[in-house]
Each structure stands twice: as C-alpha cells, then as structure tokens.
Design a binder for this molecule. Structure first.
Ligand code: PLP
Ligand code: LYS
Length: 429
C-alpha cells in the first residue's frame, strides 16, 4: 500500500477512490501479491523443515478464486463445512490436499468428503467415527483420519478464539483419557486409517512458547499411542493461530519466526528422545488473508455530541465486520482520499446497523472527516467477508482482487433481489 500523487491510498497499484467509484462501497479489497507473499513464506519455512505441508484455513476467507490462488501457491486447504468443501470442489481443488475439521460434521458433509476423496477427516467425536465408518463401508473406500486433541494449552488470546484448553468443545482431552478411548475406538473400525493427530490452540497468538509446549505434548502423545498400539503414526497438525498487527500495540512475529521456533522445538525434542522427526502440518488463515485485505466505506452522517464524542457513520458495519462487536477487536483506518493529510480530530466510527454495539472503531485520530469521504479500514482480509451477514437486510459487499494496477471481482455484490430470492410465501398468507 502507498499514497499516490493525488494523496489517495493505493493498494495493489490501484487507487482506492477509483475502486470505490467503480465497484461501490462498502467494498472488500484483497491484494493478490500480499496473499501470495504470505503463502510463500509459510511454504518456504515448512520446506526448510523438510517434511510437511501448509494448509490454508479456508474459514478465514474462502471463495472459488481464493481456492484457485491458494492452489497455485502449492498449499493444501482446511475446510470445516460442506459449504467450504463444495466451494473447493467447484474450484477443482485437489482432494488429496484437503483436510476436513469440525466438531459436528453432518452425515451429508462426511458423505461429500468421502465421495470427493479428500485426504483427511479430522475426527472430533465418537458419533462421527460411526458415521464415517458406515459411509466408508457403503462406498467401499478406506478413509485417512487424524484425531483432534486438546493439548491443555491456554493461549493468551480472547476467550472466544482460544481452543486448546481442557474446557473446549473441540477435540479430546489427554488428562481425562478421552483421547485414548477414541483412538481405541478408531482402531476397531476396518475402513478408517489412523494417520496422525491434530490440534489448534487458538487464534491471534503472538508468542512462540505455546507452540513449542504444544509440540512437546503432541509428540509425547503420539509416541505413547504408537508404542501402546504398535502403530507408526507420524503426522502432527499444529493448526493455525499466528497473529497479525491490527493496531500498533499488537506485536506479531513474522511467519518464519513462528514456524522456525516450532520446528526447532520439534527437532530438539525428537533428538533428545532419539525419535524420528514427524511430518507436520500448519493451518494459517488470518495471517495469510488478514493483512492482504482492506474495506472501503463511504462516510455519511456525522454526529457531534459536545463534550462527549463525534460519531462518524459509514455505509457498512457489523454486517460486513462483526469482529469488533464479537471480540472487542480493534482496527486501524485512514481517510483514503486524504491519505496525505495530518490527523486533526478524534472520532469514533459507527456502523449503520440498528445496534448501539455496532461500532467499528472507538476513538481514532483522523484528518477532518466529511460526508462522502472514503474510509479505508485495514487488515480486514480474514474473518470479515467470511463472517459477514445480511443483518438488517444489508447486502454482502463485493470482494475485489487487485494486482499490478488491475482490479477484478472475486465475489460480486449481493443485490436486493438476492436478499429476497429465498423468501417463500406460506399458502395461508
Ligand atoms: C482448526 C483450525 N485451524 C486453523 C485455524 C486458523 O486460525 P488462524 O486464522 O488464526 O490462523 C483455526 C481458527 O482459529 C482453526 O480452528
Ligand atoms: N473468527 C475468529 C477466529 C476463530 C477462528 C476459528 N477457530 C476471528 O475473527 O478472530
């Protein structure tokens, strides 16, 4: 991103004001180069380790074009629902690079997975084992599975986005022995092939220690299970969670710093225990899509409440970005058409939904703000479009991909007709 000679913010060689005029607002803009750069850094860090794969966590931001881009960069894909899998199938994403998660996969979702022949189903319940074995038998196929583990790590992040601790709906505990029971159960199923273990300790994590601690726990567990049952599982999936900078006080590490610390930790622990290095997987989502995206809004009503604050309302809000309302997430922003102007006021950015909690940013310093200005909110590439809703019947904005001065749609804007296209009228009305 840079500021051009008109004083406008530019992304991927495109003037954001021209993008707003051409595609309308609110508008999600994704930078092709930045997505690819993050992919390459993870791929190269895993290549250095020697035996592993990077799976992009599709939940962060998925559509057909994104699947194609991810595939071009040589990553695999982690999907968590029939909808994400369907998108991957329509993008012709290679099934042998797809892993499927989820704490409550339905029969139909598992059926799609089996029929498409995906590489791995990550088992998250006893119920799922029954469904999957039944499906595999019907399709006369063997299915590669791994098992989601709760490593008991309490990562320092928002309560709603941490997942590795004992009290979590995801996975099987070690301390309570559940993991050993599910493993025994899987081993009695003729069509399920146990390949490895999976974990994910949370999201927006800034430290490497939780990953290193997790690695030791997962290695011990895998060796223990292998020794007990005479198995040779060798795959550990460490999930994602690598943090990004939304605001200045966030201090994330570079992709290679997270991965190098993790892989150094793995190697040292294996060496100390005279064991072979495992094949590893990682599942970054936010750190691939997040920093590559911005959202453009048009400023509308401005309400100055003397001695209290100034509310600057924009034409989107919690429907296109629910993160501030859900997690008190913080964002940075600028007036894209005044990118070269100094800050001169402190304002709060309000969304247009009928909720007092629909605030995108509290207390941000900006140049003089006027109706018609274009506000660019940064780092909105992950968990914004993918978590968008039609609350207040707001159409979901378009997503544009930019690269070297070119801008093309990845997802078109919903129309009002799209909004009513599923409405039905019961006969007695
Ligand atoms: C199982 C799993 N893998 C990967 C991710 C991606 O996490 P992040 O976007 O923080 O990298 C998540 C989400 O937190 C997840 O639940
Ligand atoms: N959706 C969350 C992260 C959790 C992702 C899935 N485990 C966010 O916006 O930060």
């Amino acid at each position: 991103m840079k500021i051009n000679d008109k004083g406008h913010l530019e992304i991927g060689g495109c003037d954001t004001i021209s993008l707003a005029q051409r595609f309308g607002t609110p508008l999600y803009v994704m930078d092709d180069t930045q997505i690819r750069d993050a992919c390459r850094r993870y791929v190269s860090a895993i290549r250095q380790y020697g035996n592993g794969m990077v799976l992009y966590a599709g939940k962060a931001f998925t559509n057909i074009a994104m699947c194609k881009l991810i595939q071009q960069e040589g990553l695999g894909l982690d999907v968590v629902s029939g909808g994400e899998l369907y998108t991957a199938m329509k993008a012709e994403f290679p099934p042998e690079r797809i892993y499927m998660h989820g704490n409550n996969k339905s029969y139909e979702e598992l059926r799609m997975a089996v029929e498409y022949g995906i590489e791995r189903v990550v088992i998250d319940s006893f119920h799922e084992v029954e469904l999957l074995e039944q499906l595999a038998r019907n399709y006369d196929k063997n299915i590669g599975v791994s098992v989601r583990v709760k490593p008991g790590i309490d990562a320092h992040t928002h309560h709603y986005i941490k997942t590795g601790q004992q009290d979590s709906k995801f996975g099987f505990g070690i301390e309570d022995g559940q993991i050993y029971r599910i493993i025994e159960y899987i081993l009695t199923q003729p069509h399920l092939e146990l390949k490895g273990l999976h974990c994910h300790i949370g999201s927006q994590i800034f430290e490497t220690d939780p990953y290193i601690e997790t690695a030791q726990i997962m290695l011990e567990l895998m060796w223990d299970i292998n020794d007990t049952h005479g198995l040779n599982m060798d795959e550990i999936d460490f999930g994602g969670g690598f943090g990004i900078r939304y605001v200045e006080e966030d201090n994330p590490l570079a992709p290679e710093d997270y991965i190098d610390a993790l892989t150094d930790g793995i190697k040292a622990y294996c060496d100390n225990n005279a064991r072979q290095y495992p094949r590893i997987l990682i599942e970054p989502g936010r750190s691939i899509a997040g920093p590559a995206g911005i959202t453009l809004y048009m400023v509308g009503a401005i309400k100055h409440i003397p001695d209290v604050r100034t509310y600057v309302s924009v034409d989107g809000g919690m429907a296109d970005n629910p993160r501030p309302a859900l997690y008190q997430a913080k964002y940075s922003a600028m007036i894209a058409n005044k990118a070269d102007k100094p800050a001169e006021c402190t304002v709060s950015i309000a969304g247009k939904c009928c909720e007092s909690g629909d605030m995108l940013i509290w207390d941000i310093d900006l140049p003089k703000v006027e109706a018609g200005d274009i506000l660019a909110v940064f780092d909105t590439g992950a968990y914004n479009y993918s978590m968008a809703s039609n609350y207040n019947r707001l159409p979901i904005p378009a997503v544009v991909l930019v690269k070297d001065g070119r801008a093309e749609l990845m997802v078109s804007r919903q129309s009002y007709d799209d909004l009513i296209s599923h409405d039905c009228i019961p006969s007695w009305l």
